[in-house]
Design a protein around this ligand. Structure first.
Ligand code: M6R
Length: 608
């Protein structure tokens, strides 16, 4: 997730670009840059690190032109650095981009063969070169852009300018947000509404496949080469509402971002046709994968719960024993490693001190280390032999939500990858998983369409003092995660338990005051769960069940039921997590706690 801005008009252009970037910095902050006209030439200024570094670089400078673009980056391809910062320039063409170009490697090879020289490791730079290449063949700027867009696969929101066209700003969108702002004799583009609110409230929301040509006088939009009219919307939000995308809290916004985050994390890595998974940076060779005897996964908090899900999936699909440990415990044990082990460290921030410490212990033993993290070039990423990034985008709320879903997504990809290399895909079961896997974002969207029913349940239980969360098998870690979300957000005591363990102790807690959230997917250990339900009922416990949409029996026995789309077991964690995040969110909101920054917690725990 990055932020892009663009302007054409008579205002002080550098102020518009920097002000816009300030409002977009929440989308990424590892580097920033602008490109704008000055005396008929395009000047590109970029800076690694926070936006303030760029602001310092341009302080006091004045520019004569009336068109420019800017970018604030959240690295995906290529670590944060000056060279990888946007805008990227090739010949006369300058581009800023938010998204992921899936076929950039093959296009890059093709362009290198033709003599193009690349300055960065990004996927974005190929877009500038591709347009330049078409212009070198004699096409004008607009034609060159159209031709280039036909060649690229993936997601993009683009702002493009050209030294030969000082009165034109081009914008294009596919699966990444992009808005055009309309003013009097001026036009804007931005990834999000807040960047434009100081200047205009009249906005056009581009749709997939749209290409907008913006001049001072007009905005012309086409899609598949056909001219098209899009509605001009007047935005009434205030600035703060706009930064949260109209949501009350960043957490709620991030919960709603999960379908997009999971899609981005799968994108370019999973071939839906043959089930093949590819990673840019996997630390083991094919031979080493074949010999792999066991995997250790370490993490903290929510990331630890993702690791527990990973154990289930990897053991079951790839048939490799997996041991999962809490990082702070692991580093003070004396674990036994075999020569053919792989260590996986999971951390959203990539900076958690406990996880970092455990990773360093492992490295001393000569074990290969793979990290799963959301932050490019974070400490954990730098110390690993290989990294797989989750493409969740910056997670601002302290309570982790979209990072969790994308971590599970990566673990499922790893399981499929290992299974492919060790056993091949002879079993149609694997292809069934892949077919269902690509539907996961859609399942999540279905749940998000009816948050009102979950909000209603939250209101009913808001004054309860203790909660029990129960799940079995692959849903036990989700019960743990549901309980953690409730604890950290609402300061209500909650415990996650494997449902089968209830009779070994926690059953003593159950009475009419105790709500029990039970994860009950029909067709998966259902008879066992049903026994737990009966045991809870007999003791007058209040039952909140999360169940499949076709399960009508559960309506008869549970006090409240949250229905989710039916899916197969490896995908259940992605589906069952959302209702629990929402339940915790609404209970905390009704209680009036500080949802985005709960007391005593920090987003990144960099102390032991
Ligand atoms: O950045 P990390 O994934 O390493 O963070 C680990 C935990 O601190 C984190 O998941 C924490 O438990 C969250 N607040 C949970 O919502």
């Amino acid at each position: 997730m990055c932020g892009i801005i663009g302007y054409i008009g008579e205002r002080n252009i550098i102020d518009v670009l920097l002000n816009g970037l300030t409002h977009l910095e929440y989308r990424g902050y590892d580097s920033a840059g602008v490109a704008l006209f000055d005396n008929d030439k395009v000047v590109v200024i970029r800076s690694e690190g926070k936006l303030t570094n760029l602001i310092d670089k341009v302080k006091g400078k004045r520019f004569t032109g009336s068109v420019g673009i800017g970018h604030t980056r959240w690295a995906t391809h290529g670590k944060p650095s000056n060279n990888n910062a946007h805008p990227h320039k090739a010949g006369d063409v300058v581009v800023v981009h938010n998204g992921i170009i899936e076929n950039y490697l093959s296009l890059k090879k093709e362009l290198i063969k033709k003599g193009h020289k690349f300055d960065s490791d990004t996927d974005t730079e190929i877009i500038a070169h591709l347009i330049e290449d078409y212009m070198l063949q004699g096409m004008d700027f607009l034609k060159g852009v159209k031709k280039a867009l036909n060649r690229i696969d993936g997601s993009y929101a683009l702002g493009i300018i050209c030294e030969r066209e000082p009165e034109m700003l081009i914008a294009a969108r596919n699966e990444s947000p992009l808005i055009v702002g309309v003013g009097k004799n001026e036009g804007f583009i931005a990834s999000d509404i807040p960047a434009l609110l100081p200047y205009t409230r009249d906005m056009i929301f581009l749709e997939d496949g749209d290409l907008a040509v913006i001049t001072k006088e007009r905005v012309e939009i086409s899609n598949q080469d056909k001219d098209i009219k899009r509605k001009l919307v007047n935005i009434s939000w205030n600035q703060l509402m706009a930064e949260k995308g109209g949501f009350k809290h960043f957490m709620l916004k991030e919960i709603f971002e999960q379908p997009r985050a999971v899609t981005d994390t799968i994108r370019g890595r999973l071939n839906k046709e043959n089930g093949k998974v590819t990673f840019e940076d996997f630390p083991l060779s094919r031979g080493e994968i074949k010999k792999l005897s066991n995997i250790y996964i370490i993490a903290c908090g929510t990331s630890y719960h993702a690791a527990l899900v990973g154990k289930f999936i990897i053991e079951s699909l790839a048939r490799i024993p997996v041991m999962v440990d809490i990082a702070s415990e692991f580093r003070y044990r004396d674990p036994i490693f075999s020569k053919n082990s792989l260590m996986i460290g999971i951390s959203q921030s990539g900076e958690t001190a406990d996880t970092l410490g455990a990773i360093r212990e492992t490295k001393k033993r000569g074990i290969k280390l793979l990290s799963i993290t959301n932050v490019v070039n974070s400490s954990i990423a730098r110390e690993s032999d290989g990294v797989i990034y989750t493409y969740a985008g910056p997670e601002i709320s302290v309570a982790s939500t979209k990072a969790f879903s994308t971590q599970i997504t990566v673990l499922l990809l790893i399981a499929l990858f290992l299974a492919y290399h060790r056993t091949g895909f002879s079993d149609s079961f694997y292809m069934d998983i892949i077919k269902e896997f690509v539907k996961a974002p859609h399942f999540m969207e279905t749940i998000l369409k009816d948050v009102a029913s979950i909000e209603k349940i939250a209101r009913k239980y808001v004054n309860k003092k203790d909660f029990l969360y129960l799940g079995r098998g692959i849903l036990f870690p989700i019960a743990l995660e549901g309980a953690l979300k409730l604890k950290e957000l609402s300061y209500v005591h909650a415990e996650g338990y494997p449902a089968g363990e209830m009779k070994h102790g926690p059953i003593a807690l159950i009475d009419e005051e105790m709500p029990v959230v039970i994860l009950a997917p029909k067709g998966y250990l259902y008879e066992k769960i049903w026994s737990n339900i009966k045991e809870i009922q007999t003791r007058d416990g209040k039952l909140i069940a999360v169940a499949f949409e076709d399960d009508h029996n559960i309506d008869e026995v549970a006090d409240d039921v949250i229905k989710v789309p039916k899916t197969i077991w490896p995908l259940m964690p992605l589906v069952f997590t959302l209702p629990l995040q929402l339940l915790a969110y609404y209970i905390a909101d009704f209680k009036g706690t500080d949802v985005d920054q709960p007391r005593n917690l920090a987003k990144s725990v960099t102390v032991e």
